[in-house]
Design a protein around this ligand. Structure first.
Ligand code: NAP
Length: 456
């Protein structure tokens, strides 16, 4: 969306009127090359006028950009990744520079960026998995989706995650789309993943996996689940995996929800999708099971995970309350997918797992925050477009006189930091894609930083 001049410079904002007589170029640092960062850059690019320009430096800790589009989206959902074409268009627009392999807090401080740039945009997401806080959570065989997902997506920091798939039954905790991605990745016939960009180490492990049953547990009712219906609707179409949901649980949830008034469209669609799953024919060796109203209380095992104890809940006044009854399930792997929180950057204040902010503004600084670092881990990739655009409008409103430009590359080379530019990332990208072509995959991802740095 292109902002109109009136939107960019609201009437009555006198600070702009005096400085608008000649071209003013503002220098903006965006930290984090994921969807929220790219959409922030796009909003700034779209807000440019004849006399207002932005030069944007995007700083990324990894040697590769694209954030969750590269290391979060499930490999069997390649369509979602096509948004990377939009990112590349933004990245090749005049005034944009990419600095990969550069880490805020290690290679430079936030204060340094705040002093160098007219504004700093934090788009670093939330990469740490929330903890269940129950006994046994740290046993071998219990891990967070925040470790498992980047492991199968070839994130260089997660290659060594110890994923033990030598058991028949896995438990996934959480009723959101990440839980569903994780469960699907465990339950698919591994050959289905051969033509995807799943990391090679993960693919080898998945081919040897003994897992045949994956149980997903939500602590509230089906009417409260955070799954979205397009994702639910693809489950009955899986070619080698049956998906089980108790139809009675869904009809009971529908009745409870209807008793409260007309069903919201999304909820109706979700419950209908769950009923379709319940009614679909079952004839495969591999299975996924959805369970609701079950709160994990304890993970048990002597050397590694052996069993999970759940408390059974009931719904009263739209709330899940414990019945006092429990049940247990034997399993060798537990993956919790119960949300994420941001990893702290020195110089920023945090609350509820995200950067403390007011509509994206970080109080008393020239710093702004977008994406999951701003609002917490919610929304699909597209949600970041409107969210980042709204924050960039505030950023533009707040701008005063442009500072003299300082080159980030000079600071980095004075510190011996080797950064990768857009051109160098394009070489990595091309190398991955052509290695993939040979074996019928969209790409073969590098997993080692040295390999990527060595390509230059
Ligand atoms: P989410 O949608 O917020 O779901 C988190 C789930 O964890 C909820 O069911 C929540 O239950 C449960 N939970 C939280 N704390 C728990 C606890 N202590 N014990 C048991 N359960 C607990 O989060 P997410 O799945 O991580 O997804 C994050 C965002 O990414 C979402 O907006 C999602 O839609 C998006 N995403 C989209 C796609 C896609 O479009 N294909 C794929 C992946 C992710 P309560 O509701 O009871 O708190």
């Amino acid at each position: 969306m292109r902002l109109t001049a009136n939107e960019v410079f609201p009437k009555g904002n006198r600070r702009f009127k005096s400085s608008r007589l000649r071209v003013t170029e503002f220098h903006i640092a965006i930290v984090g090359a994921g969807p929220a960062g790219y959409f922030a850059a796009q909003a700034l690019q779209n807000a440019q006028t004849e006399d207002l320009k932005f030069s944007i430096d995007m700083i990324e800790r990894l040697p590769t950009p694209w954030g969750l589009v590269r290391s979060g989206v499930a490999p069997d959902h390649p369509k979602i990744k096509t948004v990377s074409k939009v990112f590349e268009k933004i990245a090749t627009t005049e005034g944009f520079q990419l600095f990969c392999n550069v880490e805020l807090g290690k290679d430079m401080s936030l204060v340094e960026l705040q002093e160098m740039y007219d504004a700093v945009v934090i788009a670093t997401g939330s990469s740490r998995g929330r903890k269940l806080g129950i006994p046994g959570e740290d046993l071998p065989g219990s891990l967070s989706a925040a470790d498992f997902v980047p492991w199968y997506n070839a994130h260089p920091d997660y290659v060594g995650v110890d994923v033990q798939l030598d058991c028949e039954t896995a438990v996934v905790i959480g009723a959101g789309n990440v839980a569903m991605d994780v469960a699907r990745m465990l339950a698919l016939e591994p050959h289905e993943l051969d033509p995807t960009d799943t990391a090679e180490h993960a693919l080898i492990n998945l081919h040897q996996s003994s897992i045949r049953k994956v149980h997903i547990f939500g602590r509230r009712g089906p009417e409260h689940a955070a799954f979205t219906s397009p994702e639910l609707r693809e489950l009955p179409k899986l070619e080698h995996t049956d998906v089980h949901i108790d139809a009675h649980q869904i009809t009971a949830a529908k009745e409870r929800a209807e008793a409260q008034g007309e069903l919201p469209k999304d909820l109706k669609s979700n419950l209908d999708a769950m009923l379709a799953i319940a009614e679909a024919e079952k004839n495969h060796e591999r299975s996924m099971y959805f369970h609701f109203l079950a709160t994990p209380l304890e993970i048990k095992g002597s050397e590694r995970v052996e069993e999970v104890i759940f408390g059974i809940n009931r719904v009263e006044n739209d709330k899940a309350l414990p019945t006092g009854e429990t049940f247990s399930i034997q399993c060798g792997l537990v993956i919790s997918a119960i949300g994420y929180e941001s990893v702290e950057i020195p110089g920023l204040n945090y609350e509820n797992g995200r950067v403390k902010n007011q509509d994206g503004r970080v109080e008393n600084t020239n710093t702004y925050v977008v994406g999951w670092a701003k609002r917490g881990p919610s929304g699909v990739i597209g949600t970041n477009k409107s969210d980042s655009t709204d924050v960039m409008k505030l950023l533009i409103e707040d701008l005063e006189d442009a500072k003299p430009k300082k080159e980030l590359s000079s600071l980095l080379s004075s510190r011996g930091v080797v950064h990768l530019s857009q051109g160098q990332w394009e070489k990595i990208n091309a190398a991955e894609v052509s290695a993939g072509e040979v074996v019928g995959k969209p790409r073969l991802k590098f997993t080692k930083r040295e390999e990527m740095l060595g390509l230059q």
